[in-house]
Write a protein that binds this ligand. Structure first.
Ligand code: NAD
Length: 248
């Protein structure tokens, strides 16, 4: 454990392929609460597991009610210092793609091409039919929800429509898992940022990178599950740590 910012700068300068792996902590300064910090989303609401969402119309209604309640927060959020610093390294050609557990679309908003953001847990800024996979914008869902008082089903196949996120108990997206595995194996520097590293299988990627020979850096203001395997742990605010790399 160190404040290690200088060492991080040297590691970044030496590395040729850097893969960042981000969690909710990179977006807290943008006004989006994380899960596990005090005041985080979990202290307010128990997450609704996938099988419950499928089985119960009440659960679907509740899930959408919660999503609409937090909509203004997601809409107001803009990329923070951490997002901007990573986007600068991406533009400089140091980062081929980013792996994220976040669902907030802020890496795309900071300048990463859609195709270079590997989303392990999906994206909450649009919706998807769980049957046929058709995507919907949230306005479509909201309009129908408000008109009928209930979560709408797919206009085509009549299966439930859910935010395009991965709920507990839902299958991981295969293509994203494949790409994240490939990136973890290819990189020479893997930086886990703002994740408590307890949600599996996502939390397996730092170890995977390490086993493939990458150096591992963890940036988080609290201890994580995997600090002891890291080459460098920076236990400090993310924006303060990464901001100086882009001059703020
Ligand atoms: P987490 O809530 O388990 O962990 C976040 C970590 O970041 C915590 O250890 C916290 O101490 C740290 N942190 C918070 N603010 C920080 C800051 N400014 N500087 C340094 N560290 C900071 O998050 P997770 O590991 O990403 O797992 C939660 C799951 O919830 C993810 O799978 C994700 O899909 C979902 N989620 C996403 C968002 C989002 O998209 N922004 C928000 C909440 C939850």
């Amino acid at each position: 454990i160190s404040n290690g910012v200088e060492q991080l700068g040297e590691m970044i300068a030496r590395a040729s392929v850097i893969v960042p792996f981000t969690g909710a902590g990179i977006s807290t300064e943008c006004g989006i609460p994380d899960f596990r910090s005090p005041g985080g989303l979990w202290s307010r609401n128990r997450p609704i597991p996938f099988d419950e969402f499928i089985a119960s119309r009440e659960a679907r209604d509740e899930s959408w009610r919660r999503r609409f309640a937090i909509d203004a927060t997601f809409k107001a959020a803009a990329p923070g210092r951490g997002h901007r610093a990573l986007a600068a390294l991406y533009r400089a050609g140091k980062i081929p793609a980013i792996v994220t557990q976040n669902i907030d679309n802020l890496h795309q908003a900071s300048g990463f091409a859609d195709d270079h953001v590997v989303e392990l847990h999906g994206n909450t800024t649009y919706a998807r039919c769980i049957g046929c996979g058709l995507t919907y914008d949230l306005g479509w869902v909201r309009q129908r929800f408000e008109a009928s008082g209930h979560a709408p089903d797919c206009a085509t196949c009549h299966e439930p429509v859910k935010t395009a996120t991965i709920s507990f108990g839902q299958a991981m997206p295969e293509e994203a898992m494949r790409r994240a595995t490939e990136l973890a194996a290819q990189c020479d520097l893997f930086i886990a940022i703002g994740s408590s590293l307890v949600v599996w299988p996502a939390a397996g990627f730092p170890l995977m990178a390490k086993r493939s020979g990458a150096q591992l850096v963890i940036i988080n203001n609290e201890p994580t599950e995997q600090d002891d395997i890291a080459d460098l742990v920076i236990r400090h605010d993310i924006g303060d740590t990464l901001g100086p790399f882009v001059g703020n």
